[in-house]
Design a protein around this ligand. Structure first.
Ligand code: WTA
Length: 653
C-alpha cells in the first residue's frame, strides 16, 4: 500500500499554527521520547492551574493502575471558568446555543460561571458531596454542560447517559454507578419533535430498582406533560432559586474520578470507563490546542452529543479550558432540512468544525439528491479547519468534505481515539502533518502508538496488526468502575508486554509510517460512530423469551452508517416468511430499542431453523459475516448439520 496523494499544510498554516510544520511536530515527539515524564509535566504546568502543584509526575508502582500528578490538587470547573474570568474573559462568549427551532442564546464566561456555581450550591444543598455519582440524562443544552461542570466543581463524579438510551440501559447505569441523583429534562426537542426523557427516567427508577438514587432534578425544556413523584422529583429552576452565584471549588486530588462513561466492550454489560481529573483535563486542553489549533477568535463547533466521550472532551471541557467560544446545538443535521449544518456554519461564522463520517456521508447523499441543501448554497468561508471522529472516514467522503465544506483550503484532522483514551491519540496536526485521505496519520506527541503481533512484538510497516500504546499517558482510562479485574483483562492482557490494547487493528504505510485503522478486532460494532457490543444486542434479542430461541449478531459494511447491525435469529416457533417475517422482525427491533435504545436496532434480521455451528458447537461467525454481506460462501460448510439453512439465512427482513 502506498499513499501517493498528500495534502501539504499551506505556508500560512505552518506559520500561524500552535505546532509549526513537521519540524515543530518532530521536536515535540523528540522531547517526549527523551523524557516522557518531563514532557507531560511541563505541559501540565503550562496548561493547568493547580491549587497545589504536583511534585510527582507518574506513579507506575501499581501498573497498569497508573497515577499521574498524584499529589497535585486542582478543580476542573475552576480551570474552565473562574480562571478565564480572572484573565479578563468574563464578557467573552463561552457558548452559543442554537435550539432545534433556531433560537440562539449566548452565554458569557461570567454567566456560565454563575450558573455552574448556583447549581453546585444546589447540589450541595441536596447533600451531594465529593465522590458521589450523579447521572446526567439531558438533551444538548447549556444546562447539560452546566450540570457536568457543577459536578466537577463539587468533586461529584458525573456519568452522562446519552438521551437515546432506553429505560433499561439507564437503569443499568444508575445501578452500576450507585448514583445518588439523576439530572434530566422533561423532554428533548429534536428534529421538530418533543421526545420523552423524564418518562424514561421514571421507568428506569420504577419499583425502587435504584435505591441509591434519592433525587431526580428536572430541567423544564418543553413544558410537556410529565408524571411527578413527590419527594423525589425537583424542578431545576426551583432548586436554583435563591442559590448564590458564587461557590468555592472543591480542590480534588489529580486522580479523583471526574467522570464515568459507560461504553460497550466485547463481553457482558457496558463498562463504566473511569477518568481522572488532572490527566484528563490536561489532554482535553492540549489536544484542543494542538489538534484544533484553537485561538481566541475561533468559533469552534463539535457536533457530538454530550452523551458520548467526544462531547465530554470537546464540548464540556477542552474548549472551555482554553477560554474558547463554542457552539452547542440541540437539534439534528437534517432538520428543518439537510442544509442545517451549513446554514449554522454560515450564521455563526464557525471557524473549526468537527463531526463524524456518518453525518458527512448522509449529507453528501442529501446534497446530491437535493440542490437546495448543497453546501455550495452557503457561505462557508469562515471555516479554517475541519475534523472527523468516531469511525474511519473513507477517502471519497474525505475528498468531498475537503472540497465542498473546506473549499479546498481547510486541513482535515482525522482524529483516532476512544472513550478510554480521553482525547486524541493518532491525528494530524493541521499546521504540520501532510494529510492522506483515509489515514489518521501519526501519533499525537507523547503518545507511543504502535502496531504489534499477538505476542506484543512490533510488526514492520506495511504489515497489519494490533494497535497498542506502549507507554501510559495522562488521560488514559484509570479503571472500569467496580471491576478492576475486567480493566486489566480488557486493556492489559499479559501477552502484550504491558502495552495498552486499543481493540482496533491498524496498519502503517510502508513509506510514510502513517497509520490507517482497519477496524475493531473484538466483537464491538461501530454504527454511525456509536459503539455497540454484538453480545449486548444478542442478549437483548434472546431476552424476548416468548419468541427467540437463539440469536447471533454481526456487522456488515454500510455506505452511510459505516457498519450495520445484522441479526441471525432462531425462533421458538416455525421459521416465518413473507409478511409474518416482516411483522416479527419489527417486533424484535422494537424489543431491542426497548432493551438498549433505538440506535441498537438491527438493520437486517435473518431467520433460520438453526444457526451454522462448528462441530464443537461454536457459531460460525465468519460465515455469518459473509452471508450478511451477501457474499458467496467460500468456507468449508461440510460440518454444517443442515446446509439448507444457508439458503434460509439469505433472506433479510
Ligand atoms: C473507532 C470515539 C477510525 C475505533 C472517540 C475506536 C475510529 C472506536 C476513529 C472508539 C478514526 C474512532 N478512525 N476509527 N478517526 N475514531 N474510531 O469509544 O474503532 O465511541 O476504537 O470513541 O471508534 O469509539 P468511542
Amino acid at each position: 500500500m502506498t499513499q501517493s496523494k498528500q495534502y501539504l499544510p499551506s505556508p500560512d498554516w505552518q506559520a500561524q499554527a500552535h505546532v509549526k510544520g513537521m519540524a515543530g511536530y518532530q521536536a515535540l515527539v523528540a522531547e517526549a521520547e527523551a523524557d516522557h515524564e518531563a514532557f507531560w509535566a511541563r505541559l501540565a504546568r503550562e496548561l493547568i492551574s493547580w491549587q497545589t502543584p504536583f511534585t510527582k509526575t507518574l506513579n507506575d508502582s501499581d501498573a497498569p493502575f497508573y497515577k499521574w500528578f498524584e499529589d497535585g490538587r486542582l478543580n476542573v470547573s475552576y480551570n474552565c471558568l473562574d480562571r478565564n474570568v480572572e484573565r479578563g474573559l468574563g464578557d467573552k462568549v463561552a457558548i452559543i446555543f442554537e435550539a432545534d427551532d433556531g433560537t440562539v442564546t449566548q452565554v458569557s464566561y461570567s454567566e456560565l460561571l454563575a450558573k455552574v456555581a448556583q447549581l453546585a450550591n444546589a447540589l450541595k444543598a441536596r447533600g451531594v458531596k465529593k465522590g458521589d455519582r450523579v447521572v446526567i440524562y439531558m438533551p444538548m443544552s447549556v444546562e447539560g454542560v452546566v450540570a457536568m461542570q457543577a459536578c466537577a466543581r463539587i468533586g461529584a463524579t458525573h456519568s452522562v447517559v446519552f438521551g437515546g438510551f432506553s429505560a433499561q440501559s439507564l437503569r443499568d447505569r444508575v445501578q452500576d454507578a450507585g448514583a445518588v441523583m439523576v439530572i434530566t429534562a422533561d423532554e428533548q426537542q429534536r428534529g421538530g419533535k418533543a421526545l420523552p426523557l423524564k418518562a424514561i427516567v421514571d421507568e428506569a427508577l420504577a419499583d425502587n430498582s435504584c435505591p441509591s438514587c434519592k433525587d431526580v432534578v428536572v430541567y423544564k425544556r418543553t413544558g410537556g406533560a410529565i408524571a411527578w413523584v413527590a419527594g423525589r422529583d425537583l424542578w431545576l429552576h426551583e432548586l436554583l432559586a435563591g442559590q448564590s452565584t458564587t461557590c468555592e471549588p472543591e480542590w480534588v486530588e489529580a486522580e479523583h474520578p471526574l467522570f464515568l462513561l459507560y461504553t460497550s466492550g466485547s463481553t457482558g454489560k457496558p463498562k463504566g470507563v473511569q477518568h481522572s481529573t488532572g490527566g484528563y483535563l490536561l489532554h482535553a486542553a492540549l489536544t484542543t490546542k494542538w489538534t484544533f489549533d484553537l485561538k481566541p477568535e475561533d468559533v469552534f463547533w463539535c457536533t457530538a452529543d454530550i452523551g458520548w466521550v467526544t462531547g465530554h472532551t470537546y464540548i464540556a471541557y477542552g474548549p472551555l479550558a482554553l477560554g474558547g467560544t463554542e457552539i452547542v446545538f440541540e437539534g439534528v443535521p437534517t432538520y428543518p432540512d439537510a442544509g442545517r449544518f451549513w446554514q449554522m456554519i454560515e450564521k455563526h461564522k464557525v471557524t473549526i468544525f468537527y463531526t463524524a463520517p456518518t453525518a458527512i456521508r448522509a449529507l453528501i447523499k442529501a446534497a446530491e439528491s437535493n440542490e437546495a441543501v448543497h453546501p455550495k448554497r452557503y457561505d462557508l468561508s469562515s471555516l479554517r479547519l475541519l475534523g472527523s471522529v468516531g469511525e474511519p472516514i473513507n477517502p471519497a467522503a474525505w475528498e468531498w468534505y475537503h472540497a465542498n465544506i473546506g473549499g479546498g483550503r481547510c486541513p482535515i484532522v482525522d482524529t483516532f481515539w476512544q472513550t478510554e483514551t480521553g482525547g486524541h491519540m493518532i491525528t494530524p496536526l493541521p499546521g504540520a502533518t501532510p494529510l492522506v485521505p483515509g489515514s489518521c496519520t501519526l501519533p499525537f506527541p507523547g503518545i507511543s502508538a504502535a502496531i504489534v503481533d499477538e505476542t506484543g512484538n512490533d510488526v514492520p510497516n506495511g504489515q497489519g496488526g494490533i494497535l497498542v500504546v506502549k507507554k501510559p499517558w495522562p488521560s488514559m482510562i484509570r479503571t472500569i468502575w467496580g471491576d478492576s479485574e475486567r480493566f486489566k483483562k480488557s486493556y492489559y492482557p499479559p501477552e502484550l508486554k504491558g502495552y495498552y490494547l486499543a481493540g482496533d487493528g491498524a496498519i502503517r504505510d510502508a513509506e510514510t509510517g502513517y497509520f490507517t485503522i482497519t477496524g475493531r478486532i473484538d466483537d464491538v460494532l461501530n454504527v454511525s460512530g456509536h459503539r455497540m457490543g454484538t453480545m449486548e444486542i444478542e442478549s437483548a434479542l434472546v431476552s424476548c423469551t416468548e419468541l427467540v430461541a437463539e440469536a447471533a449478531v454481526v456487522g456488515r459494511p454500510d455506505d452511510t452508517t459505516g457498519e450495520a447491525i445484522c441479526a441471525f435469529v432462531v425462533l421458538k416457533r416455525p421459521r416465518p416468511s413473507g409478511e409474518e417475517a416482516k411483522a416479527i422482525a419489527k417486533q424484535l427491533r422494537d424489543h431491542v430499542a426497548k432493551e438498549i435504545g433505538p440506535i441498537a436496532k438491527p438493520k437486517d434480521i435473518r431467520f433460520g431453523d438453526n444457526l451454522p455451528k462448528t462441530r464443537s458447537g461454536k457459531i460460525m461467525r465468519r460465515l455469518l459475516r459473509a452471508v450478511a454481506k451477501g457474499e458467496a460462501v467460500t468456507q468449508d460448510t461440510s460440518t454444517l448439520e443442515n446446509p439448507a439453512i444457508l439458503e434460509q439465512l439469505g433472506q433479510a427482513y
